[in-house]
Design a protein around this ligand. Structure first.
Ligand SMILES: [Zn+2]
Length: 81
């Protein structure tokens, strides 16, 4: 879900794709998760960056993100008890 920049309607995502940038001087890449939306009110398509992550050569950032997600899952799990 994302808000239309024109009218503010909450719109469901129609497509998603991932773009990886070129490595910069630190050998890190930016990875962007882009969502594609179509506003039913103003019939305008718009894009939104859903997530921006950095991927380095060792993948350390990915491991960090996985750890974070697992923590979040555990947190949600304990909250439902
Ligand atoms: Zn709209």
């Amino acid at each position: 879900m994302a808000k239309c920049p024109e009218c503010g309607t909450e719109v469901d995502q129609t497509a998603k794709w991932i773009i990886e940038g070129k490595p910069d001087s630190n050998e890190e890449r930016a990875r962007l998760e882009i969502g594609m939306f179509n506003c039913p009110m103003c019939l305008k398509p718009f894009k939104k960056v859903l997530r921006r992550t950095r991927v380095d050569r060792t993948g350390a950032h990915l491991i960090k993100i996985c750890g974070f997600l697992m923590q979040t899952k555990a947190y949600l799990f304990w909250r439902t008890l």
